[in-house]
Each structure stands twice: as structure tokens, then as C-alpha cells.
Design a protein around this ligand. Structure first.
Ligand code: ZN
Length: 146
């Protein structure tokens, strides 16, 4: 489903926020459907010179864009910023919600994806994702009652 850089500790996925866990899963599924490689390059580690503290707070994951064409990149950025605007972190610079950013790492200069969410708790996430995925809670409840 996905790979990671050697130095990335996958246990950090246990510390990310509910909304990011949801969006990370959506990203992995999107890449699976579109036959695109997923490589995690950073989760919660603290990196000097980072503009936001989103990683440190479990609200952002970075992925490599190696093996992606510019059309692939553009398509994913459009898709995630449109579909997940209500989960997305709001940019300081222009107050616009952005779930997926493709940019250069200020330290290494490597192009990569930065997937980011705003803070929300589980009840808020469940409410939102029901709207996003058209989740039929009544159907699920009916199954649970059987
Ligand atoms: Zn990042």
C-alpha cells in the first residue's frame, strides 16, 4: 500500500490526529486507484527551519512525489483541496484551506507533498466525513442490530 524512507518511524502514525489518519487513508486509496507510488518521507519528526508546527502536532505527513508526472501532481492537489476543504489546514498567508500542497523542502530542496489537516476531535470528524463520503449511518446501525 505504501512505503517509507528508512528514517521514518511508522509508530508515529499512532500519534497523528484523527482527521490526519482519515486523510492519510484517503491519500493511500487515491494513489492505489490511480496507480501512483506512496512513500512517506516525514510524519511527526521535528525539523529545523520548518514554517509550520503541523508535523510536530500530528496534523501533517509528507510524501515523496518521485515517479509522479506534473499532471498526476496537479490532479491530486486539485482533488484533495476540493474534496477535503473542510478538513484541511488553513494557510497563514491567504486564509485558504489546503489539504495537499506540493512544494520544495526548505532544507533539502526536494519536491514533496505536504498533507495537512486542521485540528478536530472524533465527533467533528465523524460528522464531516459522513457528509464527505455520503456515509449511510442508518445502514451501518441496521447491520449492527442483526
Ligand atoms: Zn510537511
Amino acid at each position: 500500500m505504501f512505503s517509507k524512507k528508512d528514517e521514518v518511524n511508522l509508530e508515529d502514525l499512532m500519534g497523528i490526529t484523527p482527521a490526519l489518519l482519515y486523510l492519510h487513508t484517503a491519500f493511500v486509496l487515491y494513489c492505489g486507484h490511480n496507480d501512483l507510488p506512496v512513500t512517506i518521507t516525514s510524519i511527526m519528526d521535528k525539523v529545523e527551519g520548518r514554517v509550520s508546527d503541523a508535523h510536530h502536532h500530528g496534523r501533517a505527513i509528507d510524501y515523496s512525489s518521485r515517479g509522479w508526472t506534473s499532471d498526476d501532481v496537479e490532479g491530486a492537489v486539485k482533488h484533495f483541496n476540493k474534496k477535503y476543504a473542510k478538513l484541511a489546514a488553513v494557510s497563514y498567508t491567504d486564509n485558504k484551506p489546503r489539504a495537499l500542497i506540493h512544494h520544495r523542502d526548505p532544507n533539502t530542496g526536494a519536491l514533496h507533498f505536504h498533507l495537512q489537516v486542521r485540528w478536530m476531535d472524533y465527533p467533528e470528524l465523524i460528522k464531516l466525513t459522513k457528509v464527505i463520503e455520503n456515509y449511510k449511518s442508518t445502514k451501518l446501525l441496521a447491520c449492527l442490530r442483526k
